[in-house]
Design a protein around this ligand. Structure first.
Ligand SMILES: *Cc1c(COP(=O)(O)O)cnc(C)c1O
Length: 361
């Protein structure tokens, strides 16, 4: 893919950038540039470009605004101690976006083009990749958001004949300010996030839209996040709004809900491999809410954790629902060991024995 570049003339000043990178938050500040490529049935993908970051002008009839034909990815670029910049398994994000494309009847962007687009934006905005090696800097990174949407102005219901793929980037601070503490979860008994044959396995904005009211319920009940059960029987744990789950048992076995209606997290599959190397058997199967309740109460479940690109790994504390509660599991030891092992690979502090890291610069 040939990419043209227009440098930003209104780039953020070095002083302002230093201020932002000292305390980036999440999803608040955006880099100087953005990547765009467009698709039509006749021309395929064309017009790849890097331009100054800025608003889009959209016709009010743009299909995505009406029918939500949209998919996205979430990944990070990490600066290592020697100044080099890396991403984590970007081909996996590209492959997942191809699967999401298929589910939402969007065109497929090839893995190489996806990775090239992300790399090109990171190169253009490399000064925005925070340094995480200075003492107290925490786990900072440049969060990357590739996304694809129906950009045709047409109100008929059919797959769009004009599609846009973009990449934007935003510096991200440590997810947990002031140390990692377990998240409390709200079990929603009213809402589900995905049914059989639905979009649960696709990374699409619609899944997030449908999770928001349940998240609101969680917050109203004093919980940090919501956990969803399967839509068919309302018995099996699926995942959080944007994180996959693990249950550590007292014999060292780790159970994680099987693929199907859940989103196949790249952190999830990396942890399956990593835990295996640490000597733990990881089982992918249905895991019922009763097993959770009884397991924590009896001590058979020693740890529960959740994972995703943004938070990496977070211990799970108490689970609450209307009229009941399961207390926090006894330990967070293995959770924190797995977290550290993964973060050390991402930041280049541990040997990349799995070959997961991709050097950008
Ligand atoms: C993105 C996402 C995850 C986590 O996936 P990672 O690749 O690990 O970041 C989990 N659940 C949902 C619903 C997601 O959208």
């Amino acid at each position: 893919m040939e990419i043209s570049t227009t440098a930003s003339t209104a780039a953020v000043s070095d002083d302002r950038l230093a201020e932002i990178l000292a305390n980036p938050g999440f999803g608040l500040h955006f880099t100087d540039h953005m990547f765009t490529v467009e698709w039509t049935p006749d021309a395929g993908w064309h017009g790849a470009r890097i331009e100054p970051y800025g608003p889009l002008t959209l016709d009010p009839a743009t299909a995505v605004l009406h029918y939500a034909q949209e998919i996205f990815e979430g990944m990070k670029a990490y600066r290592h101690e020697d100044g080099s910049i890396w991403s984590f398994r970007p081909e996996e994000n590209a492959a997942r976006m191809m699967r999401s494309s298929h589910r939402l009847a969007l065109p497929v962007l090839e893995v190489d083009d996806f990775v090239q687009a992300v790399d090109a934006l990171v190169v253009a905005d490399q000064r925005w990749v925070p340094d995480s090696t200075e003492p107290g800097a925490g786990e900072k990174s440049l969060y990357l958001r590739p996304f694809m949407f129906a950009s045709e102005a047409f109100l008929g219901v059919r797959p769009a004949q004009h599609v846009t793929f973009m990449v934007i980037a935003s510096p991200a601070g440590a997810y947990f300010k002031g140390g990692i503490k377990p998240v409390t979860l709200w079990l929603t008994e009213e809402y589900t996030r995905a049914g059989r044959g639905g979009m649960g396995a696709a990374k699409t904005g619609g899944n997030y839209a449908s999770s928001l009211v349940a998240q609101q319920e969680a917050t109203a009940n004093g919980c940090d996040q919501v956990v969803f059960l399967d839509a068919q029987e309302g018995r099996y744990v699926e995942e959080l709004g944007g994180m996959n789950m693990y249950f550590v048992h007292d014999d060292g076995t780790i159970v994680t809900p099987e693929i199907g209606t859940i989103l196949e997290g790249i952190t999830r599959s990396s942890i399956i491999e990593l835990a295996g190397k640490l000597g733990h058997q990881v089982v992918e199967r249905k895991f019922s809410i009763d097993e959770w309740r009884e397991g924590v109460t009896s001590g058979r479940i020693t740890e529960v954790f959740a994972c995703g690109t943004a938070a990496v790994v977070t211990p799970v504390g108490a689970l609450k629902w209307d009229g009941g509660e399961v207390p926090a599991p006894a330990s967070t030891d293995l959770t924190m060991r797995i977290r550290q092992a993964l973060v050390d690979i991402q930041y280049g502090r541990a040997e990349d024995t799995f070959g997961w890291m991709h050097r950008i610069i």
